[in-house]
Design a protein around this ligand. Structure first.
Ligand SMILES: Nc1nc2c(ncn2[C@@H]2O[C@H](COP(=O)(O)OP(=O)(O)O)[C@@H](O)[C@H]2O)c(=O)[nH]1
Ligand SMILES: [Mg+2]
Length: 347
């Protein structure tokens, strides 16, 4: 496996079979509402993938899970394979007063994609199987809290078992350099203390490069997004303009946006897919097989009136049924002996 896996280099590495199938990648954004999720999607992929709320300059709050898929051409390589990129924008947390279980629709969405894949994999559709599983979940953290909120902890604890979670610090232009550094350390500690296993990748040591080291070291990446372009030294740049200056989204000195973009569509794209398959989908598949096995055992228990698994419960129920019948027979006999039982009442 080459170290520069990913969209840009895929055409040279993907073998013919996967090229024929096309390369699919699904990115999901999750977090509190108003943290710039929709804006970041637009900053990453432009209008070709902008979800409806991010498609215009006036970004509206996202109220349902929105899925947008686009064929993306390789940057500058006409021979390159097209990629189908899907972005899943989710409604922000915190819009309703009761936010307990607000992650459930997201968890359901991810599981539903695994279910679909599982069905296709075990059915006739196997040769044409489409990989619509969620390969990466960007989890947005509020920069003004200086720590994780209990809801973030709970939510990431639910998600990390299912999907590659990559935490990002939102609106990094609101933090000074020192604050950013402190927050990164604090968040990593909290993530650790709460048993949250964020994405670390499976890229082998020998494939490691300074670029990969820089990217992994920057997590949780501090990002800035914008839907606006500004002129800077004759060039059009994406940024946020303030009275004191311009925050440039695509400037490594201003934020980690470029590192995140590079990670997602170049260095780690294939690895995110591999981890989805090898870790998360494998977990899902094991659970599914266990469930199917126990369903089958229960079914065998029911149809044979006992036996393996579920059989003990069945036997107990049958014994109770027989006891009840005996009781009713005894009552019937007593009534007959008393002689008045023209129409005995059965309990
Ligand atoms: N300061 C700052 N504001 C941002 C940034 N990204 C988005 N915003 C603003 O935050 C607001 C909410 O953005 P939106 O993308 O709708 O957030 P979402 O609810 O998480 O999808 C908008 O007014 C954006 O212009 C950022 O990086 N920095
Ligand atoms: Mg949104």
């Amino acid at each position: 496996m080459s170290r520069h896996l990913g969209f840009h280099n895929l055409p040279y590495m993907a073998h013919r079979k996967s090229m024929k199938k096309g390369f699919r990648f699904t990115l999901m954004v999750v977090g509190e509402s108003g943290l710039g999720k929709s804006t970041l999607i637009q900053s990453l992929f432009g209008n070709s993938i902008a979800t409806s709320s991010a498609a215009s300059h006036s970004i509206q709050p996202t109220t349902t899970i929105e899925t947008v898929t686009a064929d993306i051409e390789p940057f500058d390589d006409p021979r390159g394979v097209k990629m189908k990129l899907t972005v899943v924008d989710t409604p922000g947390f915190g819009e309703s007063i009761d936010s307990s279980n607000c992650w459930q629709p997201i968890v359901d969405f991810i599981n539903q994609k695994y279910d679909q894949y599982y069905e296709d994999e075990s059915g006739f559709n196997r040769p044409n199987i489409e990989d619509n599983r969620v390969h990466c979940c960007l989890y947005f953290i509020n920069p003004s809290c200086h720590q994780l909120k209990p809801l973030d902890i709970k939510c990431m604890q639910e998600l990390h078992k299912l999907v590659n979670v990559v935490p990002v610090i939102a609106k990094a232009d609101t933090l000074t350099d020192i604050e950013k550094k402190k927050l990164k350390t604090r968040l990593l500690n909290e993530i650790n203390e709460n048993g949250i296993q964020i994405y670390t990748g499976q890229i082998e040591e020998e494939e490691d490069s300074p670029e990969i080291f820089e990217i992994m070291n920057a997590i949780p990446m501090a990002v800035v997004g914008s839907t606006e372009y500004h002129r800077l030294a004759g060039e059009k740049v994406r940024g946020r303009s303030y009275p004191w200056g311009l925050v440039q989204v695509e400037n490594k000195d201003h934020c980690d946006f470029l590192l995140l973009k590079s990670m997602l569509i170049n260095t780690h794209m294939q690895d995110l897919k591999d981890c989805t398959q090898d870790i998360h989908y494998e977990n899902f598949r094991k659970k599914k097989l266990k469930q199917e096995h126990s369903d089958l055992q229960q079914f065998i228990g029911v149809t044979s009136g006992g036996g393996a698994g579920g059989g003990d419960a069945m036997l107990l129920a049958k014994e109770r049924e027989i006891e009840e019948m005996k009781r009713q027979m005894a009552m019937l006999q007593a009534q007959l002996q008393r002689g008045g039982a023209g129409n005995p009442r059965v309990m």
